[in-house]
Design a binder for this molecule. Structure first.
Ligand code: UDP
Length: 450
């Protein structure tokens, strides 16, 4: 698909969220909302990214756009399209921002030409919709190339980067070298962690705004026990392995099929160290059906590699591990299945090798399911090791992962306590009120500059 599309999102009234907040938090939110409404009178807030489905950015936009619209702000969401060559380049940038090559290609003049050609076709269309004084939030590398034209149009332009690596290396430097001239025209840059920002980003206009989740979305809303059972045992979900167990305990990882999520590493660790886990424990690796996501090339290949790995497991590990693909054609339905899996599991794993933030950690934490996750990127901010989850110092250490799982699975009280602490952590730090307030502050500062 090449061409700009608008995603429509039903407004959601803020008082739905307020039902979970203390009176002080409600008051603070309402103060900011009133000021933002006044500031944004006559302006549109645009979000631009490259996919309406799949992955954390789309997940978060759905929530934030809905709540912001519910306050009466005119907020819209545009998706730019691209051909496979464009997404091959942007995936390369994405991988390199996470510190790995991803593929053998270069981020050279040819890559720049491919990138520019796709955005050039859509730039005019985006610019024509935006009026001077509007606010535009450009998300991730795929949209950075729109910043200059939008700034020239007279919009207030913010570039939000959802990915990054704590310590820069040759790959991150190459990616930032590619992005620098695209990003510099934006007035402000937003990162999920400060360490992700390259040193040329103007610190006065750098903001750290971590993501948030919506407790009422289909992904996170309460489900009755019967609904959970029906959703996880629905026919057709398992692509490799036996049907999901009806008794026994489950360790789950949910991720896009992306090498940096290391689904293969989880499977290998499980296969290798299965004797260290109680006999009733199963592993479930769940990701999206791979035909649905345009901006994630390589997903089918990663899934195929996981299937090969599964085939090669010793039988005792194969009997207790399951690869699941959740259909993407109905997003609410997809979300409900993921929700159910996260509630049904005893422990959730996120063995990422790098991670911008990791909503797949936040989501089970909200549900009170204990998590064992790599100490990388935004996961380190979310999980207080030993309190609201377990952090793995070395994301590649499969033996340490299984040892941490064995410890947790042996202690139901500790699981319960950790799950409880995890829920409170999300309530206190990762709900939309904090997120909306941070945006409102930034918009006021930007408007004050002009
Ligand atoms: N997700 C989903 N279905 C899947 C796999 C993932 O809905 O089959 C969602 C997941 O629940 C989370 C998001 O995709 O909301 C992934 O966000 P995260 O921040 O963890 O990582 P990203 O994919 O953005 O790198």
């Amino acid at each position: 698909m090449t061409g700009v599309a608008e995603v429509s999102v039903e407004p959601v009234p803020l008082h739905r969220l307020e039902s979970l907040l203390t009176p002080e938090r409600v008051e603070r939110l309402e103060t900011y909302v009133a000021a933002a409404r006044e500031l944004l009178e006559g302006r549109v807030v645009w979000n631009v990214n490259s996919t309406a489905r799949g992955g954390g950015v789309a997940e978060m936009l759905r929530t934030l756009v809905a709540y912001a619209a519910g306050t009466g702000v005119d907020i819209r969401w545009l998706v730019v399209g691209g051909d496979p060559e464009f997404f091959a380049v942007t995936k390369r940038i994405h991988n390199r921002l996470h510190g790995v090559a991803g593929d053998a290609g270069r981020l050279d003049a040819a890559a720049r030409a491919t990138y520019d050609a796709t955005l050039a076709r859509q730039r005019e269309e985006v610019v024509a919709r935006v009026q001077p004084g509007d606010v535009v939030l450009l998300h991730d590398p795929q949209t950075a190339g729109l910043a200059r034209a939008l700034r020239e149009r007279g919009a207030l332009v913010v570039w939000r980067c959802h990915v990054g690596l704590d310590e820069h290396n040759e790959w991150t430097r190459e990616a930032w070298g590619f992005l620098r001239e695209l990003v510099e025209p934006a007035q402000a840059c937003v990162f999920s962690r400060e360490a992700f920002a390259p040193d040329w980003v103007d610190r006065r206009w750098l903001r750290v705004i971590p993501p948030s989740l919506d407790p009422f979305s289909p992904k996170n809303a309460d489900l009755r026990a019967e609904e959970v059972e029906a959703l996880v045992h629905r026919e057709g979900l398992v692509v490799e392995g036996a049907l999901l167990p009806t008794d026994g305990r489950v360790v789950l990882q949910v991720s896009r099929w992306d090498r940096l999520k290391d689904m293969g590493g989880v499977l290998a660790a499980f296969g290798e160290h299965i004797r260290e886990l109680p006999a009733d424990v199963h592993l479930v690796l769940a990701g999206p059906a791979t035909d649905g996501i345009a901006d994630d090339p390589g997903a089918a290949e990663v899934l195929a590699d996981c299937r090969d790995l599964w085939q090669a497991l010793p039988p005792r590990a194969r009997d207790r591990s399951h690869l699941v693909c959740v259909p993407m054609d109905d997003l609410d339905d997809n979300a409900r299945v993921v929700n159910a899996l996260q509630r049904w599991s005893t422990v959730v794993v996120q063995k990422s090798l790098a991670e911008g933030f990791g909503l797949t950690v936040t989501e089970p934490m909200w549900k009170g399911t204990p998590v064992v996750a790599s100490a990388v990127g935004g996961i380190r901010d979310q999980v207080e090791d030993g309190v609201s989850g377990v952090l793995l110092a070395d994301p590649r250490d499969g033996a340490a992962l299984v040892a941490a799982l064995a410890d947790l699975l042996a202690d139901a009280d500790r699981c319960r306590e950790m799950g409880g602490a995890a829920h409170l952590r999300v309530r206190d730090h990762y709900l939309a009120d904090r997120h909306l307030i941070q945006y409102a502050e930034l918009f006021a500062q930007l408007a004050g500059e002009v």
